[in-house]
Design a protein around this ligand. Structure first.
Ligand code: ADP
Length: 261
């Protein structure tokens, strides 16, 4: 399913944080949304997930305007993984993952719904935690439960808001591999807001770079990750290299000099 973002604008009060944002993610592609803190990634993900209503422009899902869908119709098309702080705290892991199935069943879950829940729990390595309360989990475990909920939702689009930020290296890689696999094997279209430029370059087909609420580059990792653009956007000189066929971005810093990304 194609995502077409056309001229999206969004403001919190008087502060405009998305300005005329346009890009497309073709069917079955895994795209990364990059940009420094405050550039508008999370807001844009929330607009696509219909958590926020844009002040202008369109979000088209296979040509259909997302805002014309009912909440239930939208939830059958778009799975949303919020940041880990937004987890449903008073539920067990199994109940939280089952929430992903609510757009699909009527009064009560059926066998097929529980099967999807169990598959997602297994896939995210949560089997030992199913009866634990979400509030008792670590940030990384909560993130995995939120990803499992979106996988159980079984949608053709996944939008993920920094789903790897609290994960250790192994789970970061496993999550990115998992999202890439579902795009490859099931033709799901995925958009992930993420900070790690090198993970994005390694796992994603497309990079969309936001800065100050505007798109500054959009293309393959080779096209979108240019040292001069990244230097401007992050305020730090970087070197971009191709190592073993993958783009790698390295900050150019001298020992002892503090820097922030
Ligand atoms: P990112 O995900 O790239 O860090 P965000 O979309 O979270 O960026 O934030 C974009 C801008 O909007 C920032 O300047 C941020 O301070 C502001 N912002 C985010 N959420 C709110 C909110 N609920 N109310 C007011 N301003 C907000």
């Amino acid at each position: 399913m194609t995502i077409d973002i056309k001229n999206i604008r969004f403001s919190y009060g008087k502060r405009e944080v998305l300005q005329d944002v346009s890009f497309s993610v073709p069917d079955g592609r895994f795209a990364a949304l990059l940009g420094p803190n405050g550039s508008g990634k999370s807001t844009l993900v929330k607009v696509i997930a219909q958590v926020h209503k844009s002040a202008g422009g369109e979000v088209l899902l296979n040509g259909r305007e997302a805002s014309t869908l009912t909440r239930r119709e939208h939830a059958r098309e778009v799975g949303y993984v919020p940041q880990s702080g937004e987890a449903p705290f008073d539920l067990t892991v199994r109940e939280a993952v089952l929430l992903g199935r609510t757009p699909h069943f009527g009064m009560a879950p059926r066998t097929a719904d529980w099967r999807k829940v169990d598959e997602a729990i297994e896939l995210l390595g949560l089997a030992e935690l199913v009866d634990r309360n979400m509030s008792e989990l670590s940030g990384g475990q909560q993130q995995r439960a939120l990803i499992a909920r979106a996988i159980a939702q079984d949608t053709r689009i996944l939008v993920l808001d920094e789903p790897t930020s609290a994960l250790d290296l192994r789970y970061q890689i496993e999550t990115l591999q998992l999202v890439r696999r579902v795009t490859r094997e099931h033709g799901i279209t995925a958009l992930i807001a993420i900070h790690d430029l090198n993970h994005a370059a390694r796992f994603c087909d497309q990079i969309v770079l936001l800065h100050g609420g505007k798109i500054v580059s959009d293309g393959t990792p080779e096209e979108a990750l240019q040292s001069d653009t990244l230097g401007n956007v992050y305020g730090l000189p970087v070197k971009v290299q191709n190592i073993d066929g993958y783009v790698e971005v390295r900050p150019l810093v001298e020992d002892g000099i503090e820097y922030r990304i």
